[in-house]
Design a protein around this ligand. Structure first.
Ligand code: NDP
Length: 498
């Protein structure tokens, strides 16, 4: 430890860098004043005749009028998807389906700057992340599932896979286009048609995606997009779909599960998390600090698998926390469209209120708060990257999903204690382990109750790798061959995984 401290002392704190602003131009994005619902390959007026305004969370500027689809609109979208399924899509040659998926992937690549700017504008995430993470991964998902579309018989040998019919999909606001890709790509590859509801606060990239579908000449009705708030989602859950795929809060996930119980409709739920990032004293400390920062401050901490609990081995607690605090002072919080920005805007007033409430609870319960000095823009929704030390396992900030840039630090002495503390949560989505010993990584991975475990890295995604949780983090997997299974029925006694 003395050695570590000495090393820490020698690393000079970065000098104060003054950045010139480097804004990405908004010119590339053309917004309509008012959108329709995308049903049957065209934008139609909502029968509900109800609209709301979507805004830019970084400036509170109104961006466009969005339909609040009612039950009648949802029913129309579902019956249109059903017709498209029965009148051609279900009998189309699998290689035809692959062709459309490849086209969509290529168009997303071609228009990636436009999508990245729109995603940052409507969602508040830094352009650096939408440009380098969301867009490349969204395109990669379409490429990946295009490859499976005509190989389902090989993916599931002797099981005669066939499409379910119409998939209803409900997605959150943290990765609007990426979650859309995670849901639509496997559904189409498996031969289903789709009705998707984007989150109320981030509908614009899904609406621009409709233009990609038209450009790709996807047959009308194969993908339909209905916008609106939770009521639209609830109407979709109640509608005549064959499967629901949901990503969002555990509370809404439970309500959906109750609604679908006994109906025979398939369900996959990707819900919240309270992941532990476990740092052993033999790890590469500087890399671990980068991993911690990426684990919790990436996308303002609006990440279901965010590493919101840091478990540090006691012997390196002090040097690690010192390095982490120093690193936090170099994070740039501000305009999502500035290419220098590390931490963008909080997605909505509602989410900011939730973060503020939990942070106040952390202070009240006795945790020690650290926030680097930081100048925040006057308008919009912002929260300074925060670290809580002196946290007890029972505190709300160690138990509840904050879904913001807030880290709770706990300590451990032995690997057994680390496992026990990491598993002390109702969730089970992800975890991180930092150590130089491969055997310890495997030992930990066998004991951690988490669907995804990263070793000496964090928040790495690949379309070939299945993602999903245990316990209150939900069930079913997205990504990889596993991600096709919930969209398929199988002959004989075997049924699709839920
Ligand atoms: P929700 O679970 O409410 O939202 C997820 C999606 O479900 C949205 O499209 C939402 O619509 C829709 N929805 C809401 N109510 C219903 C319903 N009764 N039936 C069907 N669909 C519904 O999450 P919130 O946006 O309210 O966020 C609250 C918390 O949830 C966050 O603070 C975070 O802790 C967690 N969360 C977890 C996510 C994850 O990736 N696991 C993602 C988002 C949030 P609408 O947007 O209009 O409300």
């Amino acid at each position: 430890m003395a050695e570590l401290e000495k090393r820490g002392d020698r690393t000079p704190a970065p000098p104060k860098w003054e950045y010139a602003s480097a804004p990405e131009s908004r010119e590339i994005v053309t917004l309509d004043e008012r959108y329709g619902l995308f049903i049957g390959g065209e934008f139609v007026e909502p029968r509900s005749d109800d609209f709301y305004t979507t805004i830019a969370p970084a400036s509170e500027e109104p961006l466009a009028e969005i339909p609040q689809a009612g039950p009648e609109d949802v029913a129309l979208a579902v019956s249109t998807a059903r017709e498209a399924f029965e009148d051609g899509w279900s009998s189309a040659a699998p290689a035809e389906r692959a062709k459309y998926l490849y086209r969509i992937a290529r168009i997303l690549q071609e228009r990636s700057r436009e999508f990245a700017v729109l995603e940052s504008l409507n969602g508040g995430k830094p352009i650096r992340e939408s440009r380098d993470v969301d867009l490349p991964l969204a395109a990669a998902h379409f490429f990946y599932y295009a490859g499976w579309a005509d190989k389902l018989e090989y993916a599931f040998p002797h099981r005669r896979p066939k499409a379910l019919g119409v998939a209803g999909q409900i997605i959150p606001w943290n990765f609007p286009l990426l979650m859309l890709a995670w849901k639509i790509a496997p559904a189409l590859a498996a031969g289903n048609t789709v009705v998707l509801k984007p989150a109320e606060t981030t509908p614009l990239s899904a609406l621009l995606f409709c233009d990609v579908l038209r450009q790709a000449e996807l047959p009308p009705g194969v993908v339909n997009i209905v916008t609106g708030d939770g009521r639209t989602g609830a109407a979709l859950v109640k509608s005549d779909v064959d499967k629901i795929a949901f990503t969002g809060s555990t509370e809404v996930g439970k309500a959906i599960q109750r609604e679908l119980a006994g109906t025979g409709r398939k369900l996959t739920l990707e819900l919240g998390g309270k992941a532990a990032n476990i740092i052993f004293d033999d790890c590469a400390l500087d890399q671990a600090v980068e991993g911690i920062v990426n684990g919790i401050y990436f996308n303002q901490g609006h990440v279901c698998c965010a590493a919101s609990r840091l478990l540090v081995q006691e012997s390196i607690y002090e040097p690690l926390i010192e390095k982490l605090k120093r690193r936090l002072t170099t994070l740039r919080v501000g305009d999502p469209l500035d290419k220098n920005t590390d931490v963008g805007a909080i997605n909505s007033r509602q989410q900011l209120d939730k973060i503020e409430e939990l942070v106040a609870a952390g202070k009240e319960e006795g945790a020690e708060i650290y926030q680097p000095p930081c100048r925040l823009p006057e308008k919009g929704y912002w929260f300074v990257p925060t670290v809580f030390t002196n946290v007890a396992q029972s505190y709300r900030i160690a138990q509840e999903e904050i879904f913001g840039p807030v880290l709770s630090v706990l300590t451990f002495r032995t690997p057994d204690e680390a496992v026990e503390k990491a598993n002390n949560t109702p969730y089970g989505l992800s975890a991180g382990v930092w150590t130089e010993k491969g055997s310890r990584i495997l030992w930990m991975a066998q004991r951690l109750e988490a669907g995804v475990i990263w070793a000496n890295t964090y928040n790495r995604f690949d379309p070939a790798s299945p993602f999903g949780g245990y316990k209150e983090s939900g069930f079913g997997r997205e990504g990889g061959r596993h991600g096709l299974e919930p969209y398929l029925a199988f002959d004989g006694s075997e049924s699709a995984g839920g």
